[in-house]
Design a protein around this ligand. Structure first.
Ligand code: URA
Length: 249
């Protein structure tokens, strides 16, 4: 690898690319990988729990007219799906509300649930490195949100119904930010943005569109932490993203 590429990847926290992987690792390139705190053990949660305390989903026709304050308040008090029952708090999003770059992840993890901010755990540190490699940083020309705003128990992948319940919120965030480019991190995020099932491997390097806003997909940082040999591909995706933004997307 040439020294310049090596330096850039190091800046992203991507080097060394040759780190040995655990032999029994199972790889799902399409999802974020759960970062389970040691105290958690799996319990029953099929993503379809019902509770008498659930409320109807936010009325999309009301959400489309919300300003930031009302939107975040509505997200924080939302009880439209079972994810509300185990959350510490909902995690609306963070960053520059006039950003050109908008990154969309899957859903809050344990640390995000505690702190109320997306991507503040291990995967978030890698995302920050990825931003740094693009000369970007959280909060400056970058907005970060998730497909679902409440933590799925045990960091399981959010279900289709949960993504759908949160969709008006993500939609309104996009409409308010009006980014030049949307970057889906992992398959659930791509599904939320594109409304279709895709595989990351097949969708990388393509320019999708969502209501006039270009969308690209790449690996979720949690996946990259487990599969550092794919970090080079993520870097290619970010270079593609940078070109799109520079061209006015
Ligand atoms: N993974 C995500 O998809 N989102 C977060 O906010 C944190 C981890």
């Amino acid at each position: 690898m040439n020294p310049r590429r090596c330096a850039i990847l190091r800046e992203m926290g991507l080097a060394p690319l040759w780190r040995l992987r655990a032999p029994a690792e199972t790889v799902d390139a399409d999802a974020g990988i759960p970062e389970l705190p040691p105290e958690e053990t799996p319990g029953p949660d099929d993503g379809h729990q019902r509770s008498s305390e659930l409320a109807p989903p936010a009325d999309a026709s009301r959400v489309v007219a919300m300003d930031w304050q009302e939107l975040e308040e509505t997200i924080r008090t939302c009880r439209a799906c079972a994810l509300c029952e185990k959350r510490t708090q909902a995690v609306p999003g963070v960053g520059d509300r006039q950003a050109r770059w908008m990154f969309v992840g899957e859903g809050p993890g344990a640390e995000e649930d505690r702190r109320g901010e997306p991507f503040v755990g291990q995967a978030g540190r890698l995302l920050d490195h990825m931003l740094a490699a693009l000369n970007l940083k959280r909060g400056e020309d970058v907005y970060i949100a998730n497909a679902v705003k409440c933590r799925p128990p045990l960091n399981r992948t959010p279900g289709v119904a949960e993504i759908a319940a949160c969709a008006p919120f993500l939609e309104r965030q996009i409409a308010l930010v009006r980014p030049r480019l949307l970057i889906a991190l992992g398959r659930p995020a791509a599904q939320a943005l594109l409304g279709q099932e895709i595989s990351i491997a097949a969708a990388r390097g393509k320019r999708f569109e969502r209501e006039g806003v270009p969308v690209i997909v790449t690996y979720h940082p949690a996946y990259l932490l487990r599969n550092p040999s794919d970090k080079g591909k993520a870097w290619e995706d970010l270079c593609f993203a940078r070109r799109l933004v520079a061209e006015g997307a």
